[in-house]
Write a protein that binds this ligand. Structure first.
Ligand SMILES: NC(=O)c1ccc[n+]([C@@H]2O[C@H](COP(=O)([O-])OP(=O)(O)OC[C@H]3O[C@@H](n4cnc5c(N)ncnc54)[C@H](O)[C@@H]3O)[C@@H](O)[C@H]2O)c1
Ligand SMILES: [Zn+2]
Length: 355
C-alpha cells in the first residue's frame, strides 16, 4: 500500500482496493451511488458494488466517451440520484476514466450543494492525472472543461490491475502524461521510462511491479505540484507542458487524436520552442521524441501552422489575450510556466516540425 495526498485528498495505490471500498467510507455514510460508464460498468462495477454491499449501492451508468461529458449527462445523473432518494449522508463513487471522474465529481460537487466523492480511476490517464487535484467539470458548446468546480475527493482509490482491460491505445495515451511528469520534475524517472520503453505498453504490464512503480512516481509528482499551488496561480501551470499546442492539435484533429497523443506531439513542439527561445537545453526535444517513439506515441503533425496558432489563441482559458507556454529548462527541470511567446517563434517551430 502506498499513500499520497493532494489538495487535502488522501490517495492510496493498492491492488484489490476497488473491490473493498466499504472500509474506506467516511463514518456516517448511509447510501452510496456508483457512477460508471458503458464500457467500464460491465467489466468492473459488479466487483465494486459487491465490496459496498452494506451501503446498498445504486449503480448509475452514463454512455462512454468525451461526447457525453455534458450538462445533459450531469442533469440525468443528478435526477437519478434524486429519484433514488439519496440524501446528504450519501457518497458518490466515480468508477471510470477521466470522463466519468470529471462528470461524477461535478455531480457530487453540486448534488444537494455537495456530497463526498471517492474517485476510483480505471484508465492510466485518470490514475496519474485526472483523478488527482480536485478539478471536476463538463464540456459545453463554447469549449472543453469550461463549467466545473474544485471538489477534492474524500479518497482516490487507485487499483492498478484494473488497467488489464484498458485498450492499448488508451494506455499509451496515459504514458504521454507519465513522460510529461519525467520532463517537468524528474530526470531519473524519465530515464527509467526510456529503459522500460515498449514493455510498458504490453498487456501484461497492467498488474506489473513496473506499472505500480510508474503510477506511484507519477502520482507523487502530480501531488507535489498540486499541493504547492492548489488553485493554479503559478507553479501548477508546469503541468500544462505540451498542452498549449497539444490542445490545439487535439481540436484541429476534431478529436480523432486522443488527448495523450496530441500532448505527445505538443511536448516535442514546445520543447523545440523552448530551445529556439534559449530557455530549454538543446537536445531536449529530440530526447522526448525518442522516448515517445519507443512507446508508440506520435511526435509530429501534418496540420497547418496558421490554423494551429489560431487555435491556441481561441483557448478560452488563456489569460488576458496572452497565449502562454510552460517551458522546461531541460529533462527533469522547469524554467518558465507562463511565458508569452511571439507568433513568429511559434510559426517557425511548427514549420520546422511539420511531419
Ligand atoms: N480533472 C482533471 O484534472 C483532469 C486532468 C486530465 C484529464 N482530465 C479529463 O479526463 C478525460 C480523459 O480521461 P481518459 O483518457 O481516462 O478518458 P475516458 O474516461 O474517456 O476513458 C478512455 C476510454 O477508456 C475506457 N476505459 C476506461 N477505463 C477502462 C478500463 N479499465 N477497461 C476498459 N475500458 C476502460 C473508457 O470507457 C473510454 O472509452 C478528459 O475529459 C479530460 O478533460 C481531467
Ligand atoms: Zn493532459
Amino acid at each position: 500500500v502506498s499513500q499520497f495526498a493532494a489538495a487535502g485528498s488522501p490517495i492510496r495505490v493498492e491492488a484489490g482496493l476497488s473491490a473493498a471500498l466499504e472500509a474506506q467510507l467516511p463514518p456516517g455514510t448511509h447510501r452510496v451511488a456508483v457512477i460508471t460508464d458503458s464500457n467500464v460498468g460491465p467489466l468492473h462495477a459488479a466487483a465494486v458494488c459487491d465490496g459496498l454491499r452494506q451501503a446498498d449501492p445504486v449503480l448509475l451508468t452514463m454512455p462512454a466517451g468525451e461526447a457525453h461529458k455534458t450538462r445533459e449527462t450531469w442533469a440525468a445523473l443528478s435526477d437519478q440520484l434524486l429519484d433514488a432518494g439519496l440524501g446528504r449522508d450519501s457518497l458518490i463513487v466515480a468508477l471510470g476514466g477521466g470522463v466519468v471522474g470529471d462528470v461524477a465529481g461535478f455531480v457530487a460537487a453540486t448534488y444537494l450543494r455537495g456530497i463526498p466523492v471517492i474517485q476510483v480511476p480505471t484508465s492510466l490517464v485518470a490514475m496519474i492525472d485526472a483523478a488527482i487535484g480536485g478539478k471536476t467539470g463538463l464540456d459545453v458548446p463554447a469549449g472543453k472543461n469550461l463549467v466545473g468546480a474544485f471538489h477534492p475527493p474524500t479518497l482516490v482509490a487507485i487499483d492498478p490491475p484494473l488497467l488489464a482491460t484498458l485498450p492499448a491505445d488508451e494506455l499509451r495515451s496515459g504514458l504521454a502524461e507519465a513522460i510529461k511528469h519525467g520532463v517537468i520534475r524528474d530526470a531519473a524517472y524519465f530515464a527509467s521510462l526510456a529503459e522500460q520503453g515498449a514493455l510498458l505498453t504490453q498487456p501484461s504490464a497492467a498488474g506489473s511491479a513496473a506499472m505500480q512503480a510508474l503510477i506511484e512516481r507519477s502520482v507523487a509528482i502530480k501531488c507535489a505540484v498540486v499541493s504547492a499551488d492548489p488553485r493554479e496561480a503559478g507553479e501548477r501551470k508546469i503541468l500544462n507542458f505540451g498542452h498549449t499546442l497539444g490542445h490545439a492539435i487535439e481540436a484541429e484533429s476534431a478529436y480523432a487524436l486522443r488527448h495523450g497523443e496530441a500532448v505527445a506531439i505538443g511536448m516535442v513542439l514546445e520543447a523545440a520552442l523552448g530551445e529556439a527561445l534559449g530557455v530549454t537545453e538543446s537536445g531536449t526535444a529530440a530526447a522526448i521524441a525518442a522516448l515517445l517513439s519507443r512507446v508508440g506515441l506520435p511526435t509530429s503533425t501534418g496540420f497547418d501552422a496558421d490554423r494551429l496558432l489560431a487555435r491556441t489563441r481561441s483557448d478560452k482559458k488563456k489569460a488576458a489575450g496572452r497565449v502562454e507556454y510552460a517551458l522546461p529548462a531541460g529533462i527533469g527541470h522547469f524554467a518558465q510556466w507562463s511565458r508569452a511567446v511571439p507568433d513568429a517563434d511559434v510559426l517557425a517551430v511548427l514549420a520546422a516540425y511539420r511531419g
